[in-house]
Design a protein around this ligand. Sequence first.
Ligand SMILES: *Cc1c(COP(=O)(O)O)cnc(C)c1O
Length: 405
Amino acid sequence: MRDDRMSGANLAHGPHALSIPGPSMAPERVLRAMHRPSPNIYQGALIDMTHSLIPDLKRVARTEHNATIYIGNGHAAWEACLANTHARGDLVLIPRTGSFADGWATMAEGLGLRVEMMDFGNRTPVDAAAVGARLREDKGHEIRSVLMVHVDTASSVRSDLAALRREIDAAGHPALLQADCIASMACDRFEMDAWGVDVAITGCQKGLMTPPGLCFVFYNDRADRARERADCVTGWWDWRPRTNPEVYFRYFNGTAPTHHLYGLREALDMIHEEGIEAVWARHAALARGVWAALSAWEAEGGLEMNVRDAAHRSHAVTSVRLPGEGTNLRDWCEREFGLTLGIGLGMAPPGTPEWHGFFRIGHMGHVSGHTVMGTLGTIEAGLSALGVPHGEGGLTAAARALAAG
Ligand SMILES: *Cc1c(COP(=O)(O)O)cnc(C)c1O
């Protein structure tokens, strides 16, 4: 441990925190709910509690349709939704706004699907009209699904799912709309049914505030009809027996993730006690505080937010360009103040000097005014210590924005 300060004091002792875009900070309440002896998995409280998760998950996704829980991370959710809706050789269209679309595409190719990517770069949202134009060209309806990442966690671009649905309908195209809401769910407003999303996926470790290990697939009856012709789904991934299990162990096709379920139960209680609308409003207000600080710091040109137009920025994560110093800043904040910031992802090739020119601030899940101010204060200390040119008044701007709500 290096000591830069004159006093020699080490300010990284005391509570350590993560401000990364997943996993997010698990609340004490969630951790305490998980800290218990192994429960009976054959009958009783665990079984009743598992049933109770389903309606509460659907309330978060704003759907009346189906919800399925898998043991797995977000990558598992990518595979789960594709395996249940496609036959080998199917064509899927992926509008891209950052590297998470690339990951989903790789998963699709691995399952034997054909992928057509429409690249909208790393800084601007999906142009729904352009996707609509592509669908109109597809007279034979070869495209079976449009796979859209709602919030790309690498670029922090948020795209408009409702607009994309309108374009699909206007084109008279039957493709399913599948949405990756892993970064956005319970952070950015998401309305599965009202927006006409057929399949939505998420994980438990971001807005849902539970340690990594569970993922969720929400799907409507149209998507379930596509299940009829799916030919790469194995028994383990099949969503049908999981959604309506005849016996408890079918929920998970094996041993239940007992402690994670207790953690998730508590996290859903927290979300519904606050109210999903209030959860979204909190994330929006905290994001405005983050952007206020960054806008002030940007004035000297040493750094800039990746997404220029606030209307297209995620409320869960903010990607920042800090040429030459991104890795140094992350290292400094970790070493000197005990705060872990997110690495840049997919913005420059790994191993190049450019790769080190980014960082990300996670402001998702169990975050409040004071945690966000702590993160921003740490970043400002790091910018000063490293001599990064930055405008004055970032913390004041953030405090004012947060105080104003
Ligand atoms: C985190 C994330 C993933 C991947 O989730 P893992 O749990 O890391 O597999 C996929 N898509 C988006 C948008 C994400 O934010």
